[in-house]
Design a protein around this ligand. Structure first.
Ligand code: CP
Length: 314
């Protein structure tokens, strides 16, 4: 694997899942693979899980780790070419990226959608600049349009908990006070489709995602209908993709996942990538219930990251 930015980079999904099981059984099996290799993690945005789980994954493989928080202590970076740099940005990303590449063997990048331009976000401008100019294998630690490390962990988790070969998985929009990127739902849909699960997407009208990611997954505007018989419920808020890109179209709290919706499922497991705003996305009762698997889901971030780093080192 040269770079990791989507499900298409992981190769055979069943083989990757088998590797996840192997690594979960013996996290340090490949500890020699990363000896004298350095991972650089570059964060343009905040993180808890990605930061900790990816660093742990690198340690599982014997790597050294450097973390760079672009907004804390680094020079402010200009990302547009052709700009007269007479403002507060001291360095251009086109010099910064190859310099970063000098000090490491693999680079992870977190760079969220900015919602200034759908074209800029959906071209994955920042991530692709790292791929083009760093001279190193690059992986997404959540970019503008995808969060494949999260979705791989989600898939590992569903494989661990599923009771039927092809479970019904419902991706539901939920309200949030801020407009959030589509990266997590985009990737989740893409990975669930690749796994061949029975994926249903539910959201208020206007929140349609890019078909490039959702494929032929049915959309159900009635959340209760969508939840009927579900084996897994995956909640996430996202801002509009079509029309008013980045806009909040609904604040309807009846979409908050509660016991009311969970009652019509097939005793579904509740999932969320975290961080989650309680009683906006999901009620205290549901997230604290025995059916909530958000913590094992987060724990599997270490496993997905270890598999991906192993491929990149290999
Ligand atoms: N799920 C996830 O990526 O969490 P962080 O934003 O805390 O890394």
């Amino acid at each position: 694997m040269k770079h990791f930015t989507s499900v298409h980079d992981i190769g055979n999904l069943q083989a990757a899942l088998a590797e996840a099981v192997e690594i979960k059984n013996d996290r340090f099996k490949y500890v020699e693979l990363g000896r004298n290799k350095t991972l650089l993690m570059v964060f343009f945005n905040s993180s808890l899980r990605t930061r900790l789980s990816t660093q742990k994954a690198a340690m599982n493989l014997g790597m050294n780790v450097i973390v760079l928080d672009i907004n804390q202590g680094a020079w402010k970076l200009e990302t547009e070419r052709g700009v007269v740099m007479d403002g507060d940005k001291s360095e251009h990303i086109l010099e910064a990226i190859p310099v970063m590449g000098c000090y490491c063997d693999v680079i992870g990048v977190r760079s969220f959608a900015r919602f200034e331009s759908r074209e800029f976000d959906y071209q994955e401008t920042i991530l692709n600049q790292f791929i083009q100019y760093s001279g190193r294998p690059v992986f997404s630690m959540e970019a503008a349009t995808g969060h494949p490390l999260q979705s791989f962990a989600d898939l590992i988790t569903i494989e661990e908990y599923k009771k039927t070969a092809r479970p019904k998985v419902v991706l539901t929009w939920a309200p949030h006070p801020k407009p959030l990127p589509q990266a997590v739902p985009n990737s989740f849909a893409e990975w669930m489709n690749a796994a061949g699960y029975d994926l249903v997407i539910t959201h208020p009208e206007g929140y349609e995602l890019d078909k490039k990611f959702t494929g032929n997954a049915p959309i159900e505007y009635d959340q209760m209908k969508a939840f009927a018989g579900a084996d897994f419920v995956y909640a996430k808020s996202w801002a509009a993709y079509e029309g008013d890109y980045g806009g909040i179209l609904s604040t309807d709290r009846s979409w908050t996942v509660s016991d009311r919706q969970m009652a019509v499922t097939n005793n579904a497991y509740f999932m969320h990538c975290l961080p989650v705003r309680r009683n906006m996305i999901v009620t205290d009762e549901v997230i604290e219930s025995p059916q909530s698997i958000v913590i094992p889901e987060a724990a599997n971030r270490e496993i997905s990251a270890t598999v991906v780093l192993k491929h990149l080192l290999g």
